[in-house]
Design a protein around this ligand. Structure first.
Ligand SMILES: C[S@@+](CC[C@H](N)C(=O)[O-])C[C@H]1O[C@@H](n2cnc3c(N)ncnc32)[C@H](O)[C@@H]1O
Length: 261
């Protein structure tokens, strides 16, 4: 489904000569094309002219019952998620499913489900949250405390998703510690994990749980570690992905992207 012509500013012309093969477990060229396409190219314009992106984005940013947009995920991060679905995962035979750790008002899950319905037919999106804010957090590293963010009316959210016809999206309620082990065993193959839960324990636990389900080359996308409020999320990535598992990032802008071994 690559009908886009990504163009970069002239100072990046040398990227065209970069090897396309994976290096240290990540596709460096693809990471540059997405990250630089966003910052120094026409990727945003391509998305804003793409009807699938526009519809998914409109659904993700529409107001929730409390008047706030359904998603707090930044536009650049949504563009990168969409670009991975469109350029890197679409067209694979039975690639697996998409999981999200941290739904809040459901916006980024709705965004991925609307895009996946067109780009990854047959794939499901499963998004996990307490829907009651953060469980206990670690005051020594996390900026957010227990109950942070907000409670969400899950019945309203499920009804809203049904009214949109997004039958490829499921929300699972509860602490990750209670829900992930059983649910991920049933989900099986995961091609994209959107880790958007801000704090050390949640990021660490969700990574450990999803790791055995990831298809080789699957995308592990961390929304928060590089934002000022989420050093706990970054510490989990440093300790588990970088030091222990020896993974190298494919992208550091607009969020951290790793590829599963
Ligand atoms: C930044 S919000 C998610 C934003 C959302 N993806 C969006 O589109 O706006 C982070 C969410 O992670 C959830 N969370 C954090 N730790 C959790 C845990 N251990 N179990 C379940 N949910 C958790 C919080 O309840 C919160 O709603």
């Amino acid at each position: 489904m690559d009908d886009w012509n990504i163009q970069l500013q002239p100072f990046l012309a040398g990227l065209g000569n970069m090897p396309r093969a994976a290096r240290k477990g990540r596709e460096v060229y693809n990471g540059y094309i997405r990250g630089c396409g966003l910052k120094y190219g026409n990727l945003k314009d391509l998305c804003l002219a793409d009807p699938v992106f526009c519809e998914a984005h409109a659904l993700a940013t529409a107001p929730a019952p409390n008047g706030k947009p359904r998603t707090v995920v930044a536009l650049a991060n949504l563009i990168n998620l969409f670009t991975i679905l469109k350029l890197n995962l679409s067209g694979l035979t039975a690639p697996g499913h998409i999981v999200e750790f941290g739904s809040l008002r459901g916006g980024s899950a709705i965004f991925m489900a609307a895009a996946a319905k067109v780009l990854l037919p047959g794939s499901q999106v499963i998004s996990f949250d307490t829907f009651a804010g953060f469980p206990e957090t670690d005051a020594a590293i996390d900026a957010y405390g227990e109950g942070g963010f907000e409670s969400v009316d899950l019945d309203e959210l499920r009804g809203h998703v049904a009214s949109l016809g997004l039958d490829n999206l499921t929300f699972i309620e509860g602490r990750f510690e209670d829900t992930l082990p059983g649910a991920l065993a049933e989900i099986g193959r995961v091609c994209l994990a959107h880790v958007d839960c801000d704090v050390y324990d949640a990021v660490a636990f969700s990574y450990e749980q999803v790791k055995p389900c990831m298809i080789s080359g699957g995308y592990l996308i961390f929304d928060d570690p590089l934002v000022p409020t989420c050093i706990g999320a970054f510490e989990a990535v440093e300790e588990l992905l970088v030091r222990r598992d020896g993974l190298h990032a494919e992208q550091v802008f607009p969020h951290l992207v790793y590829r599963a071994p």
